[in-house]
Write a protein that binds this ligand. Structure first.
Ligand code: FE2
Length: 383
């Protein structure tokens, strides 16, 4: 059966990657809207990027008031800055939020109307070109055809998609992640792990995504605890950056499943960082999903090295879930209550969250039929 496999136009990895991309930036345009965060703006990556743009005589405007969860109002403001600044391309620099925001501004610059109206459609057309430069190892946004934008009027996180949301250029220099504090390292790293595990166990998994998702999962189980324990561990940081990219390519082509479907409504309502809400859901959702396809989860568990051929499929799948639980405990992932989400408010929101999760379409990629009642039950397990 034929299937597409899409990736960024060009990707450069490793220390000093940015400085090797002069021709790429010159080909993108004459003036960039540099979409970044206020913390990133004070860091080494921003200094290196702006120095390079100045060297190349490429003009730029900085748009940096990006909240943790970019919404449509922010995208409108960014698009105005793009037009009023006479920009002809964009650069997203930072964690998932600036990268996602840069993509959404590119949509808004090309397609009239509210960007949230594009949810549920396959976005196409001539968007302005953009480059993406991650400073965290997690969302993999630099390698996906997705962006998540909050509809501020409804308080809902919307998934926008289309091949045109892949960047012309991705620059993945792990040294930009060295300053990530432990909590951010964990939240972003567990998002990447969720991508890898969901892509491998998605109905849309294929022969191209399987090796990437598997390698990402192996790397993260080893490197994330090391990067958490010692942020200066360059080997661990490099492995995490590669894994986040691999996992991004994997979900770009195989999609996410139940965890992401259920995670977005939690993030939209209770402002739990995306990677943490994923991590809170990960063990229980994968335990649930594995009962629909124990052989697939067992294969993954054996490939990572958590079980052997002598183990039954059920036992091997269970071993994977146990290792996940161990990992999240060792990385000090808080529970919903520890994060400060009020129990009564959460319980009251569960039916609507289950509905929104179902409507997102992501749970439908799970290797087990998932009803809203199942998701209501899984939400209850969090409290
Ligand atoms: Fe994610």
């Amino acid at each position: 059966m034929a299937f597409p496999f899409v990736t960024p136009g060009r990707t450069v990895f490793g220390e000093g990657a940015l400085e090797t991309c002069e021709k790429d930036f010159l080909a993108l345009g004459h003036k960039a809207l540099l979409v970044t965060g206020n913390v990133v703006k004070k860091g080494v990556a921003f200094a290196k990027l702006t120095a390079l743009l100045q060297k190349l005589s490429i003009g730029y405007e900085v748009f940096s008031d990006i909240p943790a969860e970019p919404d449509d109002a922010m995208v409108d403001a960014g698009a105005s800055a793009y037009v009023n600044g006479g920009c002809d391309f964009l650069i997203g620099l930072g964690g998932g939020s600036p990268l996602d925001c840069a993509k959404a501004i590119a949509i808004k610059a090309a397609i009239p109307g509210n960007v949230c109206d594009q949810a549920g459609k396959e976005i196409a057309g001539a968007l302005p070109p953009f480059a993406l430069i991650p400073t965290t190892a997690g969302t993999g946004s630099e390698a996906t055809k997705f962006t998540v934008i909050t509809d501020h009027s409804r308080g809902a996180k919307l998934l926008l998609k289309g091949d045109v949301l892949l960047p012309k250029l991705a620059v993945v220099d792990y040294t930009y992640t060295l300053s990530s504090p432990p909590a951010l390292t964990v939240a972003t790293g567990l998002d990447a792990l969720t991508h890898a595990l969901e892509a491998y166990t998605s109905r849309k998994a294929n022969a191209m995504t399987d090796p990437l998702a598997l390698d990402a999962a192996k790397r993260i189980f080893t490197a994330l605890p090391m990067a958490f324990a010692n942020g200066e561990d360059r080997e661990a940081r490099e492995s995490m950056s590669i894994a986040a990219y691999e996992a991004g390519v994997s979900i770009c082509n195989a999609s996410v499943t139940l965890v992401h479907g259920m995670s977005r409504p939690i993030g939209a309502r209770f402002h739990v960082p995306h990677g943490l809400s994923n991590a809170m859901l990960l063990s229980s959702c994968l335990r649930f999903a594995s009962q629909g396809a124990p052989e697939r989860f067992a294969k993954l568990s054996r490939e990572i090295g958590f079980a052997g051929i002598e183990d039954s499929n059920t036992h091997a799948a269970q071993a994977l879930v146990e290792k996940l639980t161990e990992l999240t405990v060792s990385l000090k992932v808080p529970t919903l209550a520890e994060y400060g989400v009020p129990k009564e408010t959460f319980v009251a929101a569960i039916p609507q969250m289950a509905l929104e999760a179902q409507q997102s379409g992501s749970p439908g990629n799970t290797l087990r039929e998932v009803s809203q009642a199942d998701m209501i039950d899984l939400y209850h397990q969090l409290i």
